[in-house]
Write a protein that binds this ligand. Structure first.
Ligand SMILES: NC(=O)c1ccc[n+]([C@@H]2O[C@H](COP(=O)([O-])OP(=O)(O)OC[C@H]3O[C@@H](n4cnc5c(N)ncnc54)[C@H](OP(=O)(O)O)[C@@H]3O)[C@@H](O)[C@H]2O)c1
Length: 347
């Protein structure tokens, strides 16, 4: 029944954002009309969802059906192939919602040869869940979300640099959830110095993201609050060869050229699968000009700040033809009290 596959997809959605370079996967084992096992892949290196569910089901899995949000794996990674476990438990049927296009896909054949019925049941919701993940894995780059809080005229701060409470407290809570769903948050030195932020996740059971700071000059004020909190790692990217880490939790990476592509590649190799950009107009504009972003989330406050275009979240010196400007599609919008959250995907 589709409801069991939907449960598996819901489980996958619940762990989305905590599995690093691995996909979020959910699984449900059903026998005689009863759920006998549930599982989700909780973090890279941990048991896969199918294994969790089968370990819970034990002997009750025999002759049953396993529903999985993603095709079961057939390769030896940090854990053995899931198809082996499914065969060992004597299941009658496997139902999955999405084919993994990043791995050699011969799971169906192996399972069928073992006498197990296999059904690929495509599901739009699940396909959306994995779309960016597959693309990121193929390119070896994190999935990137750019977040902006601004006035109706797109200002992230006044010309005096005042930005606290452009948007409201409901937005702040929502941003905490965004941080929770990403492995790392990236910002520029300008924001650090203007706002003295912490980039923590102040929600119940929230996970703090790794904090990534960009500064080509490396002229960073190490007395800022972010450097006083040793709980989460801080990674600095700079072109300054003299900059050294003064604390255990700070890693300084010197790059010859701090291009966004070089930084993203390095972040991916260090295990960052999802990156949230929470920066001022300089870095925000830089990211928005690249091809590397997946999502743009804008929180609009019903205010007009005016002044110059200096703190507008997207401003360029160069004027391009309308046909060449970055384009987006709106995927969602909702009201957070008196502020609007607009979720967009890069076209
Ligand atoms: N409302 C909001 O959503 C929001 C969010 C954040 C900030 N803000 C506001 O934005 C203002 C700060 O703006 P901003 O444009 O200065 O901040 P920013 O974009 O966060 O930081 C700019 C700095 O980042 C570094 N940088 C940029 N690109 C880099 C790259 N590719 N590699 C290495 N380093 C790079 C440079 O530091 P170096 O000069 O050291 O090389 C640059 O000066 C403040 O008023 C703040 O309150 C608003």
């Amino acid at each position: 029944m589709s409801q069991y596959l939907n449960y598996a997809i819901e489980l996958a959605k619940m762990v989305d954002g905590q599995t690093g370079l691995n996909p979020p996967v959910g699984s449900v084992v059903v026998n005689d009309g009863r759920i006998v096992g549930l599982g989700a892949h909780l973090k890279k290196g941990d048991k896969h969802a199918e294994v969790q569910a089968l370990d819970m089901a034990q002997d009750a899995a025999e002759g049953g059906t396993i529903y999985i949000s993603l095709e079961p794996c057939t390769h030896y990674g940090s854990t053995p192939p899931c198809v082996n476990k499914i065969i060992e438990h004597g299941l009658k049927k496997v139902v999955y919602a999405v084919k993994d296009t990043t791995l050699p896909s011969n799971g169906d054949v192996i399972l069928k040869e073992a006498g197990i019925e296999v059904e690929y049941r495509p599901n739009e919701d699940a396909a959306l869940l994995y779309r960016d993940f597959f693309e990121a894995k193929r390119k070896g780059l994190p999935q990137v979300t750019v977040k902006v809080s601004c006035s109706l005229d797109g200002k992230q701060a006044t010309d005096f640099g005042e930005s606290k409470w452009i948007t409201n407290k409901a937005v702040k809570q929502d941003v905490f959830k965004l941080r929770h769903q990403h492995d790392a948050v990236i910002t520029g030195r300008g924001t650090l110095e203007a706002d003295n932020p912490q980039y923590t996740t102040r929600i119940e059971n929230g996970k703090d993201p790794i904090r990534v700071i960009l500064s080509k000059t490396g002229e960073i004020d190490m007395s800022l609050d972010i450097f006083k909190d040793p709980s989460t790692a801080i990674w600095i990217y700079t072109e300054n060869k003299q900059l050294e880490s003064k604390h255990e939790q700070i890693t300084v990476t010197q790059l010859e050229h701090c291009s966004i592509e070089n930084i993203l590649k390095d972040l991916y190799t260090r295990g960052v699968g999802r990156l949230l950009v929470e920066a001022g107009p300089t870095l925000t504009t830089t990211f928005l000009q690249t091809e590397f972003i997946n999502e743009l989330i804008i929180y609009y406050a019903p205010k007009l700040i005016g002044g110059s275009g200096h703190n507008q979240f997207f401003h360029t010196e160069q004027v391009v033809d309308l046909a060449d400007v970055p384009q987006f599609e709106i995927v969602n919008s909702n009201l957070l009290e008196q502020n609007i959250k607009l979720e967009l995907r890069k076209k």
